[in-house]
Design a protein around this ligand. Structure first.
Ligand SMILES: Cc1cc2nc3c(=O)[nH]c(=O)nc-3n(C[C@H](O)[C@H](O)[C@H](O)COP(=O)(O)OP(=O)(O)OC[C@H]3O[C@@H](n4cnc5c(N)ncnc54)[C@H](O)[C@@H]3O)c2cc1C
Length: 335
């Protein structure tokens, strides 16, 4: 396997910011991956999949691993009913191609997660979610390599400690996911969960799994910028969890505040709503701005300097803090 020095990362992040990796490699087997871990035991490590949830503000002084480990296999489990289907998918498979593969075969469970850019290996890292679904609901197991010891470790769903845009992998930064085992169903039933999607499907009496995928894609294409045309990394901030008292106070002036009560007494609200009401919907400072159709997305109109995006991010955070007293936490990983 080749190692590349001082590699430009602009084409490896969907925000298209410039940064050099001190060392860069592209292992295509687990053996090659172990080799690069043992060749550079003391270097800091960063994994890049599709680069759709990261951007750079400075060079990376360490080893960037861009895995190219492909493959998919159906596994049978004699203890389970025929209704259940298990697929082990390697980390570098394209996420949406995998969703399309499942939908074509009628394997249910992933259709609401259609058209999210990136790789299969990154899906469990932030427990990707959309239209009322989260990937944690269909993951049976995650297989990863411990980057300190080179050992292969399997995580059950519970051991992944999934949360809202969170997992043990995101918190520890210690594991490179090599494959994910999904548990899907052969029977599909549409369960209305999300208003935008229900509306898109209102003409369908009993939407098929393909109808749902097509509807998700139409809604996303209308609302979200294509990162290949207008660089961005999807939702920039997480939706904040606030106390009931805080929500009640805001509701006095903003009765339309989206407020979803959670089990622990907290309220989940909408970062997009807060950004909009703080005056930042469609706001643009030279090269950086929020997307007019969806203020939660910060878009890059033409800078290669991640610090411009970072300054704009701070500005949005300050506006929301000053208006509502709420700290917005980035969902995007910033290096
Ligand atoms: C237009 C647009 C829309 C989006 N919509 C959504 C959405 O609806 N829902 C949602 O949840 N996200 C969304 N995202 C964010 C992004 O698509 C997801 O987070 C996706 O999973 C990123 O995949 P990736 O391969 O590009 O990960 P990367 O950006 O390469 O990496 C993301 C993080 O995962 C780590 N990582 C990557 N691969 C591995 C691996 N194999 N093992 C261990 N760690 C790894 C990286 O180090 C990094 O910390 C959107 C992004 C864009 C640009």
């Amino acid at each position: 396997m080749d190692y590349y020095r001082q590699t430009q990362l602009k084409d490896y992040n969907s925000f298209k910011t410039e940064a050099q990796a001190k060392i860069f490699c592209k292992p295509s087997t687990i053996q090659e991956l172990r080799q690069c871990l043992s060749d550079f035991p003391d270097e800091k490590k960063l994994i890049i999949g599709g680069g759709c949830n990261i951007f750079f503000t400075k060079d990376f002084d360490g080893l960037v691993i861009h895995p190219y480990i492909k493959g998919l296999r159906e596994i049978s489990d004699e203890e389970e009913e025929d209704e259940d289907i298990f697929l082990e998918v390697n980390a570098s498979e394209d996420w949406d191609e995998f969703v399309a593969y499942c939908v074509e075969r009628g394997f249910a469970g992933l259709e609401n997660l259609s058209y999210i850019p990136g790789t299969v290996g990154a899906a469990p890292i932030q427990n990707i979610g959309a239209y009322g679904a989260e990937v944690k609901d269909v993951i049976r197991e995650v297989v990863a390599v411990d980057m300190e010891t080179g050992e292969t470790v399997s995580f059950s769903n519970a051991e992944c400690e999934f949360g809202y845009r969170d997992s043990v992998f995101k918190r520890t930064n210690k594991y490179l996911v090599i494959s994910v085992v999904f548990h899907l169903k052969r029977t599909f039933v549409y369960i209305p969960k999300y208003a935008d999607l229900n509306k898109e499907l209102e003409d369908f009496e009993e939407p098929s799994i393909q109808d749902v995928r097509d509807a998700v894609i139409r809604v996303r294409q209308r609302k979200l910028p294509d990162e290949k045309v207008l660089p961005n990394a999807g939702s920039f901030f997480k939706n904040p969890y606030i106390s009931k008292e805080q929500a009640d106070k805001i509701l006095i002036d903003y009765p339309n505040l989206p407020a979803y009560p959670l089990k622990d007494g907290l309220i989940k609200t909408s970062a997009a709503f807060l950004i909009d009401k703080a005056g930042y919907k469609g706001k643009r400072n030279d090269n950086v701005g929020t997307y007019p159709n969806q203020p939660l997305i910060i878009v890059n109109y033409g800078t290669s300097d991640g610090n411009e995006i970072l300054s704009f991010m701070h500005e949005v955070q300050k506006a929301v803090k000053d208006t509502f007293g709420i700290e917005l936490e980035p969902e995007v990983r910033i290096f």
